[in-house]
Design a protein around this ligand. Sequence first.
Ligand code: PGA
Length: 255
Amino acid sequence: MPRKKYIIANWKMNLSLAQTLSLAKKFKEKFKGFKQAEIAVCPSTLVLADTAKILRHSGIALGAQNVFWQEAGAYTGEVSPAMLSEAGCGYVILGHSERRKYLLENYEIINKKVRAVIKNGELIPIVCIGESSEERKTDRRDFVLVEQLEQAFSGVEIFGNQRIIIAYEPIWAIGTGTAIEPAEAEYAHKIIKLALNDIVGMRLVSQNFNVVYGGSINSKNVKSFADLENMDGLLVGGASLNADEFFKVAKEITK
Ligand code: PGA
């Protein structure tokens, strides 16, 4: 039996609160009875708790787009892993390239977040990695992917059946409308798994880790990704802002 795939919608900061709730309702309607994959939506932090109410008993999971690494205290503006879990989240995106770029999240920050989420144990981290177009052109991709993984998981202890998702998101393919060639994604996913074997060990990689692809996936190009051996799902931005389109993506990848 093929492994269940993860299909995760990253709504970023695209929607108003009202638009988010309306889209969540459409998702609930659309995915009624859909059991072929794990579906999760990641709206803005501000509207997580209300979205959780809408998604109750829908089978659709909730994820946050960011978290802080401390459990509680004087950290103005921040939100802890426990708070996300209390709001109904099962997932959290970490180290997205947009946060690395605009919020200057560096290796140390991302590593602290990975540690905090795994220590808390209630959330599945979706750790984003990926090379820039410059790094790809200069043949540094493999090195960059390995380094990002080494830094993110440095000193991280993984317990029991903690699930961890790595999202391979080539920066040059995000939001451009042009996804990577499937063969290139497959190659990168293999590199990721080999690197993880060295970092955390083969047993954990096969039992606890999944690798998903993200970057300009839509209902048209998704077909060619369906059979990739080392791909366990998708992280979808633009195409997840429309329930019909996202549903088509989910149907195609689970055919
Ligand atoms: P995109 O975004 O599908 O719009 O390229 C993916 C992401 O950034 O997670």
